[in-house]
Write a protein that binds this ligand. Structure first.
Ligand code: 5AD
Ligand code: SF4
Length: 454
């Protein structure tokens, strides 16, 4: 086992699943930095490997065990001289089982415990077995974390809310991430200011159910997401604000109004609907109908008419008939999405959906998924196609694939490749869109955007 006290060590973190996990991984790197660990891009040769796992669908959870198989060989080849840790939602849900099934693992900890990584490291090897930490501690992990580090990138995630109280019948999140919790506004503002000072121009506010956000304001009163976005928009140098993922039931008036009022709030919204059938929506415990979702989208579009929408869909939820599936296709046609994620229903142990009758055969799920994705892909292609000859603001994030090129994002999150000087990295510039590729746009630089970049 490694001596954990000496300096200059390397850490490899593999992140699965959602953006919240990506945020958590970068915060784990922040926690480990004072212990002398720098992050590396490959597991080979690393002193410590953390798998930050996802439990949302069966496939995602299975990947952990196959990766642990690979790590077992890597560890054996190095005479055990690597610390292997499993973090995230699989760790939370199956902690003991991981420890039992995979002796290669030295540490298992949940999403609420990674601020205690130094303590866990100190315990390593003391009792022989792996160090397990998957309880929901009462202390605020965010209070215990060091300052967020954007590593010079112009975009960053910022977790404002965690957990979920909605209990959609297909979803493990309320079990793995626990009850809804919002960070206090002052703590979020401090983190946001720090990120902007380090060069961040765009912040994506994260939460499993981000628009349920109700963090305490300075007076101890609950503040909604709309008001928080308004306050963040006052930070000089912060140019773009996004948030994800939202539940339709939590789109309150203040948040809808923010879409019309706050220019820095980007006109792109991920608002999962999952299904267009009222019967299935009810069985999923989504607490709204298809028409209520349509009416909600109409209200948000009335506030911000260039709003582009994205969604998640599940096909083959128990009891889904052809007519239910057709209702989903109709809803997609009615809304017209710019982008979407779609999945075959995956029964998750412990969730009500897994015990429902009328589970749908896999062939039916596959067939429906293919038809749904064909429609969504056609809508996405039409959305991208409509950008040609338009002028868009692009925030340049990194060098492009070709020499002299930079890659950035449009307000609608589309990657845009442009011939532009490196000096524009981290800046927003006006770009005329000239070409559409499969998942990105190509454009010509016009000028730095009118808005001053601090
Ligand atoms: N099966 C399939 N998809 C799921 N999702 C969540 N749970 C399941 C499941 N059991 C999808 C939902 C959610 C997204 C993050 O993952 O569409 O919005
Ligand atoms: Fe899962 Fe989202 Fe439903 Fe919460 S709102 S239970 S995170 S799908």
């Amino acid at each position: 086992m490694k001596d954990t006290a000496s300096l200059a060590k390397t850490l490899y973190i593999k992140t699965y699943g959602c953006q919240m996990n990506a945020y958590d991984s970068s915060r784990m790197a922040d926690v480990m930095a004072p212990l002398g660990y720098t992050q590396v891009a490959e597991p080979e040769g690393a002193d410590m490997v953390i798998l930050n796992t996802c439990h949302i669908r069966e496939k995602a959870a299975e990947k952990v065990y196959s990766e642990l198989g690979r790590l077992r060989k890597l560890k054996a080849a190095r005479d055990g001289d690597v610390i292997v840790a499993v973090a995230g939602c699989v760790a939370q849900a199956e902690g003991e089982e991981i420890a039992r099934r995979a002796p290669v693992v030295d540490m298992v900890f949940g999403p609420q415990n990674y601020h205690r990584l130094p303590e866990m490291l100190a315990k390593l090897g003391r009792d022989g077995g792996p160090v397990l930490d998957t309880d929901f501690p009462v202390e605020d992990k965010f209070d215990a974390l060091p300052k967020a580090n954007a590593n010079g990138a112009p975009t960053a995630f910022l977790t404002v809310q965690e957990g979920c109280d909605k209990f959609c019948t297909f979803c493990v999140v309320p079990y793995t991430r626990g009850a809804e919790f919002s960070r206090p506004v002052a703590q979020i503002m401090t983190e946001a200011r720090g990120l902007v000072e380090s060069g961040v121009r765009e912040i994506t506010l994260l939460g499993q159910n981000v628009n349920a956000f109700h963090g305490d304001d300075a007076g101890g009163k609950p503040c909604g997401l709309g008001r928080l976005i308004g306050q963040l928009a006052d930070i000089t140098g912060l140019e773009r604000i996004r948030y994800t993922t939202s539940h339709p039931r939590d789109m309150d008036d203040e948040l809808i109004e923010a879409h019309g009022r706050v220019e820095k709030l980007m006109p792109y919204l991920h608002l999962p609907v999952q299904s267009g059938s009222d019967k299935i929506l009810k069985a999923m415990n989504r607490q709204h109908t298809g028409d209520e979702y349509r009416a909600l989208v109409a209200r948000i579009r009335a506030a911000r008419n260039d709003l582009a929408l994205s969604s998640d869909f599940i096909v083959g939820f128990p009891g889904e008939t052809d007519a239910d599936f057709d209702a989903t296709m109709t809803l997609i046609k009615d809304i017209n999405y710019a982008q979407a994620y779609s999945f075959k229903y995956s029964p998750r142990p412990g969730t009500p959906g897994a015990d429902m009758e009328n589970q749908i055969p896999d062939e039916v799920k596959s067939d429906r998924l293919a038809r749904l994705q064909a429609l969504l892909n056609a809508q996405a292609a039409a959305f991208h196609g409509a950008m040609v000859d338009r002028e868009l603001d692009v925030l340049f994030e990194k060098p492009g694939r070709h020499k002299g090129q930079l890659t950035g994002r449009s307000p609608y999150l589309q990657p845009v490749h442009v011939d532009a000087p490196t000096a524009l990295l981290g800046q927003i510039a006006r770009v005329k869109i000239k070409a559409v590729q499969a998942n990105s746009l190509g454009g010509e630089l016009l000028r730095a955007a009118d808005r001053e970049v601090a």
